[in-house]
Design a protein around this ligand. Structure first.
Ligand code: SAM
Length: 188
């Protein structure tokens, strides 16, 4: 079986530090050799080369064979069975927004007519969480067996905290996010 490729189509106007933190986390989660970053500005290519294969080209013009797109708005849910035969899994490199703006549908699904589109539940996850969950499903764990927490509170200092209103997979009981993200939030 060919190894699965996790493709992140960057759709933010800039490569924000938060995006780089998530992309690095994705690379650690599924290994650099299995990650592609597409639609990256020439001037940003070097910033991501450590984390995966980088393309300035958009996935919309790559014409891959049988790609899967992950979109919270999809009608069908990804399962170990329906994910097995295919190699390419496309995700929006989109930061979370509350309420969700359905950008995956508007900016990706409409431009990928040959993609099969799946959700991993209806709740919005960060891109790194979505990649982690798809990896678990592809490796045989159905969505209903993956533990989640909706909304997390990050303590910034003794007094202040911030809420991230998204769905997080729990790994050994802890929400799946990188330490770097927490440090970034504390500093900013
Ligand atoms: C933060 S989400 C973006 C959601 C965004 N608010 C939107 O309007 O589409 C980033 C990416 O993670 C993936 N994703 C997150 N939650 C998902 C879900 N429940 N089902 C399928 N894909 C999901 C999608 O590929 C999405 O483009």
């Amino acid at each position: 079986m060919k190894s699965k490729i996790f493709i992140i189509e960057h759709l933010e106007p800039k490569l924000w530090p938060w995006c780089i933190i998530e992309y690095k986390h994705i690379s650690r989660t599924v290994r650099k050799k299995n990650v592609w970053f597409t639609n990256i500005k020439k001037s940003d290519v070097r910033k991501l080369e450590k984390y995966g294969k980088v393309f300035t080209q958009s996935i919309k013009s790559m014409r891959l064979e049988n790609p899967y797109l992950l979109d919270p708005e999809a009608k069908q849910t990804l399962t170990p069975e329906n994910s097995r035969p295919f190699q390419y899994f496309i995700f929006g490199g989109i930061l979370g927004d509350n309420p969700p703006k359905k950008r995956t549908q508007a900016e990706l699904a409409l431009f990928l007519p040959n993609a099969k589109i799946f959700n991993i539940g209806k709740a919005q996850m960060s891109t790194d969480n979505a990649v982690y969950v798809v990896k678990q499903i592809v490796n045989g764990t159905p969505l209903e067996k993956i533990p989640f927490q909706d909304e997390i509170e990050i303590k910034l200092n003794k007094i202040e905290s911030t809420i991230l209103p998204y769905r997080y997979a729990l790994v050994n009981g802890k929400p799946f996010y990188s330490k770097e993200l927490i440090n970034y939030l504390k500093k900013n």
